[in-house]
Design a protein around this ligand. Structure first.
Ligand code: SF4
Length: 145
């Protein structure tokens, strides 16, 4: 992936996140981080390739090099000591639209289908093979940035 292509993908993904935030969808994430405990919830966010690059860049910007092991099924982006998401501003689409009841429940797919399609197109443009688990998508992106 060329640096130019990667930068363009990052900008487009960030734009999609910004557009999602502008939608009149009733959501109120208060950072309870319950959804960040994948083993407990039985759900793991899946990321398209562009989202993986955005998350990996944000993770690297914290000064970290590689993902920590998470045998207990906690998201590797969750800071153990503070309990905060290390990349909250750049968190994946799934973390913004997930099932969390406290935040308002899952966003209906039809309300964000156009944004999903754009993320999928970026995935194809970057040579991805569709969404992958957060851990796999970010680990892969970290190797290439
Ligand atoms: S990326 Fe952040 S918000 Fe999403 S599951 Fe991981 S810690 Fe939670």
């Amino acid at each position: 992936m060329s640096p130019k292509k990667s930068q363009s993908a990052v900008e487009e993904v960030s734009q999609i996140y910004a557009e999602l935030a502008q939608r009149p969808i009733l959501r109120n994430c208060t950072r309870l981080t319950e959804c960040c405990h994948f083993k407990l919830t039985g759900r793991t966010p899946y990321l398209t390739k562009g989202e993986g690059v955005v998350a990996a860049r944000a993770f690297r910007a914290t000064g970290r090099k590689s993902l920590p092991k998470n045998p207990d099924g906690i998201c590797p982006m969750l800071h153990r000591q503070s309990g905060a998401c290390l990349i909250y501003h750049d968190r994946p689409f799934g973390c913004r639209t997930h099932f969390c009841a406290a935040a308002g429940g899952p966003v209906a797919r039809r309300e964000v289908l156009d944004l999903i399609r754009r993320l999928e197109k970026i995935d194809v443009d970057l040579g991805g093979n569709g969404p992958r688990t957060l851990q796999a998508a970010v680990a892969d992106a970290l190797e290439k940035i």
